[in-house]
Design a protein around this ligand. Structure first.
Ligand code: NDP
Length: 450
């Protein structure tokens, strides 16, 4: 018992996670050419202020399982920067959640939200709670306990959380219900709500569809190519991966892989999404091994069977690759394998899924590389559309949201590629995204004063 408590404390207190430094270092490297171009950046200490969160909120979440046993988890909300609008960013429920992981995600969110051109600041939150294997009532009790601690810090004009890994519309529904019971307010305090009460049509699809709209535009402008008939690889089997696969298939691409935390499916005839959904949607989170049992000709590779830090999902011949699972899931060896197998574009659906050395290699070898903060911004954009609809009590139809999403992803691509060109970094969409976003946030920070 004592050992278990100490191990948990060690996990949540020691800084073994370098993802925040990784994210900051990537951004600051991109910004080198422009920080000297405007003396106000130094005068207003913009960089120092930008890498320091406004507030890190941590709380205890106490809840009862179905056998009335008490459980304790850590809950967090990192409100990083609200220069452009109310704090906005998802909640992640996963055992790997620590302050470090959430700081990286909240920091990235500032830039992603700025790239949308919409009035939203950057935040992220979540818990080290593991939803896997929990009953619906346990999820509900956990969400209610989490909101009891979080509610004083959020509000429709203050901070508007949404979903992320382990948090979909079911969890958002329970969180919203508890917020309403406590505050008696029926407002747009959370996005990603079920459509039945204030959710936006297309929010579940938005991140994945947006990733593919971005890819379509980038391939058309840079290579005069389309996705039709092309073999694509996708990692993950959650919200972002499923909707990326769905849109790729609608555009005529052949998606041959998906993956989860335990392994990868390769299906040369194209992933059957109905089977993936049966295994993964509505909180089921069953192993993808079940896919190979149902679909003859498909192959399941257990993660632990794959050697040397490489991942089976990236060792397949493909035209374009879409990492849509989690951070640092595409390593240097994976990038070498992708290049060897003829991949021409890597389009990130997840947040920071590609390791820095892998990005550098892909860029050196002229593989088009789009960072998640640009290509996965469709999710937060449609969340902002949901906030607009809630504020005006309107409901937009599916086609309207879809058209606006497509247009917004094209604009993000344009903003990122033009900025890259302007600063002599043609086709470097990492630098283009970081510089374009930084200029917008920095200007607001300067105008708002210290
Ligand atoms: P989900 O919880 O719906 O799905 C995550 C998927 O990734 C699951 O299939 C999970 O497997 C798998 N996964 C988790 N860890 C690993 C791993 N180490 N290796 C391989 N697969 C893994 O989350 P989302 O789809 O919402 O999020 C995916 C990514 O997209 C995250 O980086 C998130 O931050 C980012 N994102 C999400 C947005 C959204 O709107 N939801 C918006 C923008 C970015 P298993 O089933 O075994 O748990």
């Amino acid at each position: 018992m004592v050992e278990k408590i100490l191990a948990n404390l060690e996990k949540s207190n020691c800084v073994t996670d370098n993802t925040f430094l990784q994210a900051v270092s990537e951004v600051l490297t991109s910004l080198e050419p422009i920080v000297k171009t405007d003396s106000r950046y130094e005068q207003f200490a913009i960089l120092e202020r930008l890498v320091t969160p406004d507030r890190v909120i941590q709380f205890k979440v106490q809840w009862l399982d179905d056998n009335n046993h008490v459980h304790i988890n850590n809950g967090y909300r990192i409100q990083f920067n609200n220069s452009l609008g109310p704090y906005k960013g998802g909640l992640r429920f996963h055992p790997s959640v620590t302050t470090g992981v959430l700081k990286f995600l909240a920091f990235e969110q500032i830039f992603k939200n700025a790239l949308t051109g919409l009035p939203i600041g950057g935040a992220k939150g979540g818990s080290d709670f593991d939803p896997k294997g929990k009953s619906d009532f346990e999820i509900m009790r956990f969400c209610r306990a989490f909101m009891r601690e979080l509610y004083p810090y959020i509000g429709a004009r203050v901070d508007v959380p949404a979903g992320d890994i382990g948090v979909g519309s079911r969890e958002i529904g329970y969180l919203f219900g508890e917020y309403k019971r406590i505050t008696h307010q029926y407002d747009g305090v959370l996005s990603g709500k079920p459509y039945a009460f204030g959710g936006s049509l297309m929010r579940p699809q938005a991140t994945g569809y947006g990733v593919v709209y971005f890819a379509r535009e980038m391939l058309s402008q840079e290579l005069q190519e389309t996705l039709e008939g092309k073999v694509c690889t996708v990692s993950g089997a959650g919200n972002v991966a499923i909707h990326t696969i769905e849109k790729l298939q609608q555009l005529g691409a052949i998606v041959v892989t998906c993956s989860d935390s335990d392994g990868t499916i390769y299906d040369p005839r194209g992933i059957d999404l109905t089977v993936v959904r049966e295994l993964k949607e509505n909180g089921r989170r069953l192993s993808l091994a079940g896919y190979a049992d149902q679909i003859p000709g498909s192959v399941y590779t257990q993660k632990s069977d794959y050697p040397n830090g490489a991942h089976a999902v990236w060792n397949t011949s493909c035209f374009a690759a879409f990492p849509c699972a989690t951070q640092n899931e595409l390593t240097l060896i994976d990038a070498q394998n992708l290049i060897k197998n003829g991949c021409v574009a890597v389009v990130e659906g997840a947040n920071m899924p590609t390791e820095p050395e892998a990005i550098a290699l892909l860029q050196r070898e002229s593989v088009l590389f789009s960072p998640g903060k640009a290509s996965n911004a469709g999710g937060v954009a449609v969340s902002e559309f949901e906030m607009s609809q809630n504020a005006s009590m309107e409901k937009w139809d599916f086609d309207k949201v879809d058209r606006k999403l497509d247009e917004l992803m094209r604009q993000i691509y344009k903003r990122v590629s033009l900025t890259a060109k302007e600063y002599d970094r043609e086709r470097n969409f990492v630098d283009g995204a970081n510089i374009a976003a930084f200029k917008r946030v920095a200007e607001a920070m300067i105008l708002e004063g210290v």
